[in-house]
Design a protein around this ligand. Sequence first.
Ligand SMILES: Cc1cn([C@H]2C[C@H](O)[C@@H](COP(=O)(O)OP(=O)(O)OP(=O)(O)O)O2)c(=O)[nH]c1=O
Length: 195
Amino acid sequence: MLHKKFENAKIILASGSPRRQQFLKDLDLDFEIRLKEIEEVFPETLQSVAITDYLAELKASAFDGELLDNELLITSDTLVWLGGKALGKPKDYQDAFQMLRLLSDQTHEVITSVCFKTKNKTETINEITKVTFNHLSDQAIAYYLDNYKPFDKAGSYGIQEWVGLTGISKIEGSYTNVVGLPTEKVYHYLSHFTF
Ligand SMILES: Cc1cn([C@H]2C[C@H](O)[C@@H](COP(=O)(O)OP(=O)(O)OP(=O)(O)O)O2)c(=O)[nH]c1=O
């Protein structure tokens, strides 16, 4: 359905995340991938969704002045929010270990923002999912990090991987949002989108 709606437009996904690329394909969209190097830094005063909104818009701002009339750019950012702290991608193995220890036996939020940018407007949507981890032993954390190396993932875990399959007892809200794109909201937004 979306395929037809956008047949005269060009959708650009500025994301290196294979999960986001696959989700957009599965939404029946034709798109081109254009990547830019962005340093993902945000002001310390920001909290929760304001951080992911800011970073999704920052990723889009790299295309300022470049978009043609029929082009729609999509960028996105995901982070884990626990006890008033943002957990992004880990710096290294130790950082990842600490993050998973923090997430153990706790409920956290996974927040994803998606920015839609055209030549004339920028709009951002976001979604929050609550995820509860069981107890993660140090042995389980080490096994997961050694075998899955989730260093490209916010909070140092993938819900779609071993630790998610074995360690998560409850999720409230959108699953795809945790994996990096709130597909239901994106579909709804694009269904109503006009240039
Ligand atoms: C919590 C969680 C995150 N993730 C991923 C989603 C995002 O790809 C990543 C967070 O990093 P992001 O900075 O949001 O995205 P990215 O660097 O992967 O891609 P780009 O900026 O080019 O769009 O973590 C999972 O795959 N599973 C999970 O369970």
